[in-house]
Structures are given as structure tokens and as C-alpha cells.
Design a protein around this ligand. Structure first.
Ligand code: AP5
Ligand code: MG
Length: 204
């Protein structure tokens, strides 16, 4: 496939970052600006938990403990989601991949359809700020994994398992780090600039 044909399939963007970095918040802005669906593995699990599906029941104990749901559950779920009609003209992945094994799985799943991702955004925010944000969100949304011990554990897991994966993307020259401190609009302005620089905004 030529790169022009790949471009016609629409942008594929990944957003990475620690719990509370603002992935979900900025994913909404990116999704709107690029007219692509924002696919959050965490949101899919939470929806399944709320609906009481078998997938939700399998994910619940891991999520409540701040552990990753096993790849045997997560990877096929992502693959199926990426095969849905609305993901055929590009998509944004929020919170996947999170481990080097998931990154390889995604690479192979995209390669099967002759595709590759365009950009990886890593939103970085310091430890104290994310803890504060998530404790605040706990009061508003009551997410079962937003308790202080579980937040701390999620941050440890991110540091141990996801941060090393970031190097894999940095080595491919498709990684852009975004300073996630500041207001939501300030962070969005930074991301918008990067999307523009990478010619990912719709041309019209
Ligand atoms: P997931 O749902 O992905 O949660 P997370 O990574 O812990 O991140 P959050 O959703 O808590 O934070 P966010 O970065 O989206 O920030 P947000 O925009 O909400 O995953 C949950 C769990 O699911 C995992 O622990 C795991 O169990 C499982 N899972 C998910 N993916 C998996 C995978 N690939 N493999 C295996 N298991 C997986 O912002 C946070 C708060 O801050 C909000 O209240 C927001 O309003 C506020 N905020 C945002 N931006 C700003 C700002 N600039 N200033 C002030 N406040 C802000
Ligand atoms: Mg999120």
C-alpha cells in the first residue's frame, strides 16, 4: 500500500499518559477536531461493568485493584473494536497500548490491514497534580478505582509497565510529549498545534 492510500484511511493517533494526566479530557477534543472516534479501553471496561456483562465481570477485580486487565481479555477486545465500521476512517486510542506486549499486538493488528499509526501523544503531569485531580474526580464521579491507595498503585503500575513502552515509540520518531500542566484549554492548544504540524487536521 502506498502512503497516499494509507492517508486516505484517516488518522490513527494514540494518547498515552499516567492516570489523571488528562487523556480522556483531551481525547474528546482530538476526536472532535479530527472527526474520528475516541476509543478508551478503560471506558469500554467501565461500560461493561455497568451493564454487568461477562467482560465487565472479568475486568472488575483488576480495575478495582488498579491492575491491568490481562492481555488475553484486552487485546481481542481492542481488535474487535478497531474492526467496527466507525473505526475505518481513523481513530484515537486512549489508554491502549499500556505495555510493550500490547504495543506489539497493536502493531501486528494494524499491519494485517496494511495500516500504521500516525502519531503518539504522551501527556505528562507530575505525581502530586494527578493525585489531586483524581481525588477531586472521586468526589464528582465516584469511580471505584479513584481511592488514594488505588490511585497510588495505578501510578506505580504506569511507571513500571507503561513508561518503558514509551521508549519503543520514541525510537520510531512518532512520539510527541505534551506538557499536561495548565488549564484544559492550554493543554488542548499545545495538542492542536502538534496535530496541525503533523498535517492531521482535516483540510477544508
Ligand atoms: P483508564 O480508564 O484508562 O484510566 P487511567 O489510565 O487510570 O486514567 P484516567 O481515566 O483516570 O485519567 P485520564 O488520563 O483519562 O484523565 P482525565 O481526562 O479523566 O483505565 C482504568 C483501568 O482500566 C486500568 O487501571 C486497568 O485496570 C484497565 N485498563 C484500561 N486500559 C487497559 C489496557 N490497555 N490494558 C489493561 N488494562 C486496562 O482527567 C482526570 C481528571 O482531571 C478529570 O476529573 C478531569 O476533569 C481533570 N482534568 C483533566 N485535565 C485537567 C487539567 N488540565 N487541569 C485540571 N484538571 C484536569
Ligand atoms: Mg481516562
Amino acid at each position: 500500500m502506498t502512503s497516499q492510500e494509507a492517508d486516505q484511511q484517516g488518522p490513527i493517533v494514540l494518547i498515552l499518559g499516567a492516570p489523571g494526566a488528562g487523556k480522556g479530557t483531551q481525547a474528546k477534543n482530538i476526536s472532535k477536531a479530527l472527526s474520528i472516534p475516541a476509543i478508551s479501553t478503560g471506558a469500554i471496561f467501565r461500560q461493561n461493568m455497568a451493564d454487568g456483562t461477562e467482560l465487565g465481570n472479568r475486568a472488575k477485580a483488576y480495575m478495582d485493584a488498579g491492575e491491568f486487565v490481562p492481555d488475553a481479555v484486552t487485546n481481542p477486545m481492542v481488535k474487535a473494536r478497531l474492526e467496527a465500521p466507525d473505526a475505518q476512517n481513523g481513530f484515537l486510542l486512549d489508554g491502549y497500548p499500556r505495555t510493550i506486549d500490547q504495543a506489539y499486538y497493536l502493531r501486528d493488528a494494524l499491519a494485517e490491514t496494511g495500516r500504521d499509526f500516525d502519531l503518539v501523544l504522551e501527556v505528562s503531569v507530575d505525581f502530586d497534580e494527578v493525585v489531586e485531580r483524581l481525588l477531586k474526580r472521586a468526589e464528582v464521579e465516584g469511580r471505584s478505582d479513584d481511592t488514594e491507595p488505588v490511585i497510588r498503585h495505578r501510578l506505580e503500575v504506569y511507571h513500571e509497565q507503561t513508561e518503558p513502552m514509551v521508549t519503543y515509540y520514541a525510537d520510531q520518531d512518532k512520539l510527541v510529549q505534551i506538557d499536561g500542566l495548565g488549564t484544559v484549554d492550554e493543554v488542548w492548544d499545545r495538542i492542536y498545534k502538534v496535530l496541525d504540524e503533523h498535517n492531521l487536521l482535516p483540510q477544508n
